[in-house]
Design a protein around this ligand. Structure first.
Ligand code: SF4
Ligand code: SF4
Length: 424
């Protein structure tokens, strides 16, 4: 029996693209490849303006441990290297590449994970530029090399946010590859067992993965309750272990990875393929919503065009889902962590005074008091926010979703976190 996490919400099952097979998008004529698409250090460019590049060629890297190299997603010519915004809102140095329309690849080769040693596999994962594809974009070679012994690898296939179906389709269409990736990751991080966690609204994915279940790799189906996919809640539900405040999953003997990351690891090890493409759900107010296999660096405008353009009025493009996504204000590129592009019409809701109903407190899975955090943040009392554990907020959005006064609680919380980060 799984242990439920406290709080959270039952979201409507709004996933219109769940039945749509993954389609490969046509090659973009231009890509913008940010030199930072991950948590960690910015890469240095390895190419210059005017230089020819091949698909899969490494074009940026860093000596820092917490970083991941980037590769050219197409073959063509480097047009320029300059600052450009990414979906998180940051401006980072980015390489603009114009396609030659050929898609000429660098030579790649895989290794045999049975024969290769742990260090060799870790190095290959790093060289392929793999980061967590569930959105967090933490370098995978670092996460798979924890400083403490772990016994369990959890593979996150929950994908609980409305509209996003990229991981769901991946589990349906590439179950064997995902399993190969899981086996490789177990060998590297030293886990004796792996659990692939799926929410109960994806029974078809469970059926597919079950075909490849083994003694050491099991599938677990959890209730659909947002944010079940959060690492801490997953660990609690599956293993009844509690990650301490300020701690990380390895503190309780666990590594958590995403299903798409597992497939990327299999592709890198078995075929030598660097991370140059990913699946993105393009949905909302587009004519033809799709699950697209997209080259990293493709601009959002090209994705929208590929999906027939807007079908109706929209005023917001969101990178990610409606709960945790980032609204975009200009044409930005798909990065490694982009799982969804959602066109939305804003709902005009005026913020009203807090009526002290306590609903935000009831749903907060981290046991916080969102109403107090927002109130302190509004008054710029950021030290009080710290005292009320603002840094424990994972920005899941449950509090703002249920607030009858339409207070943008997460925005106030983010404001406080940013202010504290800047003053640190
Ligand atoms: S966004 Fe933060 S404060 Fe709000 S419910 Fe989620 S964890 Fe709690
Ligand atoms: S849900 Fe909104 S109105 Fe109710 S206590 Fe929280 S902030 Fe106040």
């Amino acid at each position: 029996m799984f242990r439920k996490f406290k709080g959270g919400i039952k979201l409507p099952h709004l996933k219109p693209t769940a039945g749509f097979t993954i389609e490969r998008m046509k090659l973009p004529s231009l890509v913008v490849v940010p030199l930072k698409q991950h948590i960690g250090a910015v890469c240095e460019p390895l190419v210059q303006k005017g230089e020819k590049v091949k698909t899969g060629q490494k074009i940026g890297d860093s000596h820092a441990n917490l970083s991941a190299p980037v590769h050219s997603p197409i073959s063509g010519v480097v047009k320029e290297v300059r600052m450009h915004p990414i979906p998180t809102g940051e401006e980072v140095p980015s390489i603009f590449i114009e396609s030659d329309g050929v898609d000429e690849w660098v030579e790649t080769s895989g290794i045999d994970p049975e024969k290769a040693g742990r260090e060799e596999i870790l190095s290959k994962i790093r060289e392929a530029g793999i980061v967590g594809l569930g959105g967090a974009a933490f370098p995978t070679h670092v996460k798979l090399n924890p400083p403490k012994k772990v016994d369990t690898l959890i593979i996150n296939g929950c994908e609980g946010e409305p509209f996003i179906t990229a991981d769901h389709r991946l589990m349906l269409e590439y179950p064997e590859r995902i399993m190969r990736g899981v086996e490789i990751m177990m060998k590297v991080c030293g886990a004796e067992r792996a659990i692939i966690a799926i929410e109960e609204d994806k029974r078809d994915a469970e059926q597919q993965l079950k075909k490849f279940e083994t003694e050491r790799i099991k599938i677990a189906v959890l209730p659909s309750r947002y944010p079940q996919g959060d690492e801490r809640h997953l660990i609690k539900a599956l293993l009844r272990r509690e990650v301490p405040a300020g701690g990380l999953p390895f503190d309780v003997g666990v590594v958590v990875q995403n299903v798409a990351t597992a497939k990327a690891v299999a592709d890198a090890i078995l075929d030598g393929k660097p991370l140059i493409e990913r699946i993105v759900t393009v949905t909302g107010a587009v004519r033809l919503p799709k699950n697209l296999l997209v080259r990293i660096g493709t601009l959002f405008s090209a994705l929208i065009e590929e999906c027939g353009g807007p079908a109706r009025e929209y005023d917001k493009i969101v990178a990610g889902g409606p709960m945790m996504g980032f609204a975009q204000w200009c044409d930005i590129p798909v990065i490694k962590g982009t799982n969804c592009v959602l066109l939305m019409k804003s709902v005009e809701d005026e913020e009203r005074d807090c009526i002290r109903c306590g609903r935000c407190v009831d749903v907060c899975p981290m046991g916080l008091e969102p109403t107090m955090l927002a109130s302190f943040s509004k008054k710029k009392m950021f030290d009080k926010c710290l005292e009320y554990r603002v840094t424990s907020c994972d920005e899941c959005g449950c509090c703002a979703y249920v607030c009858p006064s339409k207070i943008p609680l997460v925005q106030y919380i983010k404001l406080a976190k940013d202010a504290l980060r800047r003053s640190a």
